[in-house]
Every structure is written in C-alpha cells, then in structure tokens.
Ligand binder design. Structure first.
Ligand code: GLN
Length: 490
C-alpha cells in the first residue's frame, strides 16, 4: 500500500486526499518510513520535521473532514533545499558556518507552500552555498545517487533530486544559479525546471549569485511541474527582481499542458550535441526523432558566444558571491571563532574555520575580479559578454519555439572523480550555465538511460516567461515515452 502511495504524482495524491480516499497522515507516514528505510544510504536530508509534518497532515485531514476548501497541494509531502529559510527549523546552506542557524522567518516560497496546504518534510543537502555540481562540496554530509550509490546525485541541489529519485517526497524545491536544478534532475532521472529569472520570489533564499539564482521544482512529471509552478510563481514585494503581473502575468500552468504545440520548431546546435558522450547524444537524437514523428521541424543554429559562457559565469557568479558572503562575519550569523584577540580576528578566523575550500576559492576569485585594477578587465568584460550570450538566445528564439540540447556532457559521474580538479567540475556545466546568464527558463526531463543504467536528461529552453510553452513541449515527449516511470533499486 505505502509503496503504491509513494508512486503517485502530487496531483494524484492531492486529489485522493481532497476526495477523502487517502489520508494525508498516511502519506506523510509513508514518506517518513521511506526516509528511515533508505536515507541512511542516500543521505538526501540534512534535517527532517517529522512531528510538525504529521501535525500539518492531521490538520489537513481535519479540514477535509469538516468539508472545508483545501489548497492546491493539500496534504502533499514536499522537501526543500536547505538554502530556503524556514522559521520552524534550521537553514544551513550545506555550510558549517550556518550549522546551527535558525531563520526568524519563512522564505516566500515556503509561505506559498504552507498556504497551499503542503506538508514540508525536511531540508535537503546541497553543495555549500550552492557552489558545485555534485553535492560533494557540502560541509555537512554526503549524498549519493539512488541509481548507483557509487555515483554523485549532481549538484548543487543534489539532495532535492536524490530525495525525489528515492521516493522520499512527492516534489521538492531546488535553486539553479548555473544548472543546479537541471543537472541533478538529469543525473537522478526526474523532472527539474529552472524558471525565468524573476518568476519565483528569491525572498528568503540564501543568496549566492543574486543576478543568476532562481528557485524551481523537481517533480515526477510535467503535470506536477505545472502544479508546483502555480503555487510558487508570482510577484513578491520583498524581492525587487520578482516580476509583476503587469509585465508577465502568471498563467494557470495546468490549463493547457496537454495541448501540443502545432508546427513546433526546435533549434539544435550541432556542435553542442557532438560534444556530449555517445549515450547522451543517442538519447538526444532519439528524442528529436520522437518530436519529428509528432510533426516538429528541427533546424540547426549557431550560438556563437556559448564558448565563453563558463568563463563569464565564473567571473559574474564569484563576484556576486564574494559580496553576498561578506555577511558571514562571526557576528551576525552562525559560527564564531572561540579564539580571537580582536575584531579582525573574529572575522578572519570565523571564516577561515567554517567555510569550505570551494567557497574560499570563489570568494578569492570574486574579490580579485572586482578589485580596482581588474574590474574593467574581468568583471566589466564579463558583463558585456553576458549581453552577447543573451542576444544569442534572442536570435535563436526568433527562429524557433525552443532550443534542445543535452543537460550535461555525461551521466552521473563517480563520487570523488572530479573533486581534485575544480576546472573539470566547472566544465560539466557547459550546457546549463548560459540560461542563467540570459535569465531564460529551461527544463530537464527524463529521456533515456546510458549503458550502465544511469538516467539521461533532455534540456528544453525557451524565451523569458515561456514556461508554459516549455511544459507543453515537454509534455508532448512525456506522453510518448515512459522513462520517468522507471525507479532505482535501493
Ligand atoms: N555548478 C555551478 C556552480 O558551481 C552551478 C551551481 C548552481 O546552479 N547553484 O556554481
């Protein structure tokens, strides 16, 4: 019974709960039993809120028994990445510097989940401050890939993706600064959407690269992507970069997902596809064949500035990070050194003791590119290239409805394989980083398996605020294939 329950989508579970066929308390209990059973191996969660979750679930069941209206996620167990503030537990950001930190307020997305009657299960592991592509940079614990526990789950939202693949929640939230939703979704065989910059409030999301960060959902299928986006999207006065209804109204994402796009034109960049591993290329080509059989036209285009995306990203992201992370001073938040003789030492020793290697590397790099002698040569130059990358997308979307490409050059790599060479880790983000520089939305959907049985994702990108179109395009593929239904053996 509980195994069957755990296989339901959010939409199915919500409808059963609202109709009285399933109790929310039973769904939550099934999730916590599952966490107990497998999370010792997977390591997806940094903290869980069992007591609170069961209380919320019981309250939802009572509302339903009284015949009251319930929200769009009534009684559905949801997990969140540990960089979104909650007022009822810890928010660590995967860092020892915030290990004991309890936020005094809920992030905008958390408020929205609560308002939709969701049951928040726990907080998921991540690379420290979302810096990484494998979750190996977490200062707190290891997370492995449920499909093969010798492999990484991807990152930085690796915990949120692994919790989904391990059936430890029905949907989860991640954040994507350079690929951190799409890449772990691809590595773990689930669906992950990075919305347009500004679509979802960043209020209460611990800042990494503020002009790149965006929260989005991990789900089992596109129906749930739409459901989650209905709940979390929209303007928030407390995030000045969140976009208003006047500029880009939030549609009902569920309304049209089953309507295929007539005369769909898909752009591909041949050299991108050739740059990926054989199995990844094969999955992409097979996906394009599915679209062709549905009447889509495939065109080849160029994205001439993509070659500079990684370099540009690592200037912009580290510059912003060095400024955002200056607030961890041993006074305002988290860890404070026990051994300082003056204020400067409080600052330097607290940071020295509690930040991990990768975070220190990025603070140094960011400080360097912003320093007066180098600002023009690096930071300003990067901003200019960022504009050129943006214009590559604009031109592409003048010719095609969407762009398709791999999510990552490879499937999930082995634990430890890239930790000694940060540059190798950075290069793995080649296909995802440009979308963040341009702000455009992108999704990863399950599109196959490699010879070792590891999942492969297909990436679909479209112009700003075209999430609905992306979902419709993705849904066309999802209806023809069943990759999303396979589960790992844990
Ligand atoms: N892997 C990229 C980085 O390390 C992207 C991370 C992210 O999207 N948060 O910065």
């Amino acid at each position: 019974m509980s195994e069957e329950l755990l296989k339901l989508t959010c939409k199915e579970l919500r409808d059963k709960i609202a109709g009285g066929a399933v109790k929310s308390v039973d769904a939550a209990s099934a999730v916590f039993d599952r966490i107990e059973e497998v999370d010792g191996t997977v390591g997806a969660f940094i903290s869980t809120f069992k007591e609170r979750a069961l209380e919320t679930a019981a309250a939802v069941d009572e509302k339903i028994a009284r015949g009251e209206a319930v929200g769009a996620l009534a009684g559905v167990p949801i997990a969140v990445k540990d960089n979104m503030c909650v007022s009822f537990g810890k928010t660590t950001c995967g860092s020892r510097i915030l290990e004991g930190f309890e936020a005094p307020y809920n992030a905008g997305v958390i408020e929205k989940l609560i308002a939709a009657d969701a049951v928040i299960v726990g907080k998921c592991n991540m690379d420290e401050f979302a810096m990484g592509s494998s979750t190996e940079n977490s200062g707190l614990k290891k997370t492995v890939n449920p499909w093969n526990t010798d492999c990484v789950p991807g990152g930085s939202s690796g915990g949120s993706a692994a919790a989904m693949a391990g059936d430890m929640c029905f949907a989860s939230l991640g954040s994507d600064t350079g690929g951190s939703i799409r890449q772990p979704a691809s590595f773990c065989g689930v669906t992950g959407l990075k919305p347009t910059y500004g679509r979802v409030s960043r209020y209460g999301l611990v800042a990494y690269g503020s002009s790149l960060d965006q929260i989005g959902p991990f789900t089992k299928d596109i129906t749930d992507t739409a459901l989650m986006m209905n709940v979390i999207s929209g303007r928030d006065e407390r995030d000045s970069t969140s976009v208003g209804e006047d500029m880009a109204p939030v549609p009902d994402y569920l309304a049209n997902i089953d309507t295929p796009i007539e005369g769909l034109t898909i752009a591909v960049v041949p050299q991108f596809n050739e740059g990926a591993d054989g199995d990844v290329q094969a999955a992409l080509n097979a996906a394009l064949d599915v679209y062709k059989s549905l009447g889509a036209e495939i065109i080849e285009i160029e994205m001439p500035h993509f070659d500079y995306a990684i370099a540009t990203y690592y200037v912009v992201a580290t510059a912003e990070a060095s400024s955002n992370l200056a607030r961890y001073d041993g006074v305002h938040y988290g860890h404070r050194t026990a051994d300082a003789k003056d204020y400067i030492e409080v600052y330097s020793k607290s940071r020295e003791e509690a930040f991990g290697m990768e975070v220190k590397r990025r603070i140094m790099l960011g400080t360097y590119v912003l320093s007066s002698g180098y600002y023009d040569a690096y930071y300003l130059k990067a901003l200019k290239v960022r504009n050129l990358i943006r214009s590559d997308f604009t031109k592409a979307f003048e010719k095609a409805d969407c762009l398709m490409m791999p999510v990552s050059p490879s499937t999930a790599f082995k634990v430890g394989e890239k930790t000694t060479d940060p540059l190798q880790m950075y290069l793995a983000d080649i296909y995802t980083i440009s979308a963040n520089l341009a702000g455009v939305p992108g999704i990863s959907i399950p599109a196959g398996f490699d010879l070792d049985g590891l999942p492969i994702g297909l990436q679909i990108l479209a112009e700003n605020f075209a999430e609905e179109k992306i979902m419709r395009v993705a849904r066309m593929f999802e209806k023809q294939t069943d990759f999303r239904l396979a589960s790992p053996q844990l």
